[in-house]
Design a protein around this ligand. Structure first.
Ligand code: SF4
Length: 325
């Protein structure tokens, strides 16, 4: 296996207006993220709404430029690729197939659109490719002339997946691809994604608030909190033996299949902090039951510990004495 996606020091800061006087504040949506995804892996990225996982997904797609840091696909920095090269290598599947597909356009025109934009093939070749991709995602040719508005949510997400794969990409970034769908359809779409991964030798980045889904599909998992990765491990190790207190709270939570509800009460007490005013030190310290004095002032780095697999960003696993600020 070889590294296909590498993110180094990836940081994205937005200026937002807040409060009665619309004071400008900086929001560190993604803060110094390092990642390596091997070819053929499925990296699950989990965390609460506002933790930065969707911004990170858009940076991996080249849709949001980083404030600092870089993303490389197969050793080539995204900013050095032209649009066609980037589209050939990385494609998205977004959360809501109702808003991500124009309801008035035909299914065929939606699926072949990336080929049209990048000037690939003749009209007949593009049509054939679109029909072929529809078949691969389980949609019959007779639907090609239907408009997206005539399809169910599950069928629309199949169209979105066909559109993502029509350029034959190496990486697909899936941002909550099943959370807007009925529960009965979610498993079908997940199984389809796994079948397509094997068939096309794909590498996935899979964003989700639903840990049950991530456990089902991911080979590696990154847990995000306030723009940082706080734990990274292979999926079996992370789910069997979570180390960061936040990961443990996530796993202990009762997950919901309801879209839009996010992660329900995790017994963490305080709600998710305002990302424009992050806590000092460890960003999780106001909610952490194992907080120490050092946690209030010192940001824990993401590092390996005890010779075990994976990395964790928590002072419980560092050599710093608990009394040292
Ligand atoms: Fe809790 Fe401290 Fe670890 Fe943060 S660094 S998760 S506050 S124990």
């Amino acid at each position: 296996m070889s590294a296909l996606i590498e993110a180094e020091g990836l940081t994205r800061t937005f200026e937002v207006s807040a409060g009665m006087f619309k004071t400008k504040r900086l929001l560190h949506a993604v803060n110094g993220v390092d990642l390596v995804v091997e070819r053929g892996d499925v990296l699950g990225i989990v965390g609460e709404s506002g933790c930065g996982k969707s911004t990170l997904a858009r940076m991996l797609l080249g849709l949001v430029p980083p404030t600092h840091g870089t993303v490389r696909i197969d050793g080539i920095a995204l900013e050095r690729m032209d649009r066609r090269e980037r589209a050939r290598r990385v494609q998205p599947v977004f959360q809501d197939p109702y808003s991500s597909l124009n309801p008035r356009r035909t299914i065929q025109s939606i699926v072949e659109f990336p080929l049209v934009v990048h000037g690939i093939g003749t009209t007949a070749q593009r049509r054939d490719r679109a029909i072929e991709m529809l078949a691969r995602v389980g949609l019959p040719e007779r639907l090609a002339g239907h408009s997206a508005g005539q399809l169910s949510g599950g069928q629309r997400q199949r169209v979105a997946i066909a559109r993502a794969l029509v350029m034959n990409p190496e990486v697909v970034v899936c941002d909550e691809p099943t959370s807007a769908l009925d529960v009965s359809v979610q498993a079908q779409i997940l199984n389809l994604l796994m079948d397509l991964k094997r068939e096309f030798n794909l590498t996935y980045v899979f964003i989700s608030h639903n840990l049950a889904v991530v456990e089902h599909i991911a080979t590696q998992v990154a847990v995000m909190y306030l723009g940082r990765i706080v734990e990274f491990n292979d999926a079996p190790s992370l789910f069997a033996a979570p180390r960061h207190p936040y990961t443990r709270a996530l796993l202990a939570s009762v997950l919901t299949p309801e879209p839009g509800l996010g992660i329900p009460d995790m017994g963490l007490g305080l709600s998710f902090p305002d990302p424009t005013r992050p806590p000092s030190g460890c960003g999780f310290h106001p909610r952490c039951s194992q907080r120490m004095q050092v946690c209030d002032n010192r940001v824990p780095g993401l590092s390996a510990c005890d010779g075990a697999a994976g990395k964790v960003a928590c002072h419980l696993y560092t050599e710093i004495p608990a009394t040292q600020p």
